[in-house]
Design a protein around this ligand. Structure first.
Ligand SMILES: C[S@@+](CC[C@H](N)C(=O)[O-])C[C@H]1O[C@@H](n2cnc3c(N)ncnc32)[C@H](O)[C@@H]1O
Length: 246
């Protein structure tokens, strides 16, 4: 797909999400996703305070993380969704703990270098982003995380019933019912983990389809700690778990 076609797909997707949130406010409900419940536990154990939530939608997870005591910055490229987060935060008296800004994942993240302790992204990286754009998001997450900070992300994958169905856009992106999804392969997961400490890999399902998802937990290494198998082998240190094989 040419870059101009990709840009027009992304812009059409933004319009589609805007229309969807306008027509179905709070469409994912008010209960947090299983990913957010897990992330809150991991972030608490890591003593995180500042959390960035990517592609937060109308904020079921960002609001939950704020309720759990974290200070949350929620982002999404749908201004309609951002308004819904702000209104719910106001109604729940959470405006001290959560702010929400419109942000497109194709742009640099709207936070300073090493300014957040944790990042959560549930079904965010698997939107209509090219492989290069996904790698760029990972680099940005790494930039804004403090050393030792945690990144929990989930993505739909090639085992999902919608993989290969609907309108193909190349690069494992398929559009079904107006929603374009980049279905992740193991190779992509592996490539994205390069340079991170790999804490956990977990396969799970969500919703009625069901959507088939992988959840990754990665830690940004301190400069002197080895993060991958070849580096550990070179230094004679214990190997990290082969979490993709479990
Ligand atoms: C499947 S929904 C998940 C929403 C939320 N994480 C949740 O689980 O409730 C995907 C979200 O990604 C947002 N999105 C899609 N492409 C995006 C992009 N390029 N930049 C920022 N947000 C994007 C959509 O507006 C939508 O809110």
């Amino acid at each position: 797909m040419m870059p101009t076609q990709r840009a027009s797909l992304a812009n059409a997707q933004r319009q589609h999400w805007q229309n969807t949130y306008r027509a179905h406010p709070g469409m994912y409900g008010s209960a947090p996703s299983a990913s957010a419940v897990y992330a809150a536990q991991v972030f608490r154990m890591a003593r995180a305070e500042e959390v960035l939530e990517l592609a937060a939608g109308h904020g079921r997870d960002a609001l939950y993380l704020a309720q759990q005591g974290f200070r949350v910055l929620a982002t999404d490229f749908s201004g309609v969704a951002i308004d819904q987060i702000q209104r719910t935060a106001q109604a729940q008296g959470l405006t001290e703990r959560i702010s929400a800004v419109a942000h497109d994942l194709r742009d640099p993240l709207p936070t300073k270098t090493e300014s957040v302790d944790a990042v959560h992204a549930h079904m965010a990286l698997c939107m209509a982003l090219s492989t290069n754009e996904i790698h760029a998001v990972l680099s940005e997450v790494r930039r804004v995380l403090r050393p030792g900070g945690t990144f929990v992300y989930t993505v739909r994958h090639v085992g999902d019933a919608h993989y290969g169905a609907g309108n193909p856009h190349g690069d494992d992106i398929y559009e079904h019912g107006g929603f374009a999804v980049h279905f992740f392969s193991e190779q992509l997961i592996e490539a994205l983990a390069d340079g991170w400490i790999r804490d956990d890999f977990h396969a799970f399902e969500e919703g009625e389809l069901p959507r088939r998802l992988w959840r990754l937990t990665l830690t940004k290494p301190h400069q002197d700690s080895p993060s991958n198998r070849s580096e550990c082998a070179r230094l004679g240190r214990p190997q990290p778990p082969r979490w993709l094989e479990c």
